[in-house]
Design a protein around this ligand. Sequence first.
Ligand SMILES: [Zn+2]
Length: 80
Amino acid sequence: MSEVKLKPCAKCGGEGKLTVELPDKEVLMVVGELPQDRWCYVDCQKCYYGTNIFNTPEEAVEAWNRLDEVLCVRPKNEQE
Ligand SMILES: [Zn+2]
C-alpha cells in the first residue's frame, strides 16, 4: 500500500491529503510502514474540509472518497 487515490475535495475541488499522525510523538508522515497508535485522516489543502480520525489510512481514504463522513476540521464556531 504505497499509493492511495484521493478524490478531489467535495467542497472546493482542492487536493486532499492523507495524514498519519502519531499522537505521542506529534510526528506527521505520509503513508508507509507505521506503528499501531496513530491517527489517520484526510483533509483538503485549501479549505480544511476533512474526515474524521481513523485508525488506518485505508479507512480515512475510504471515508474521504465516500464523502459521507467528512466534516470541517477547522473549528469555526463550535458547531452543534
Ligand atoms: Zn476543499
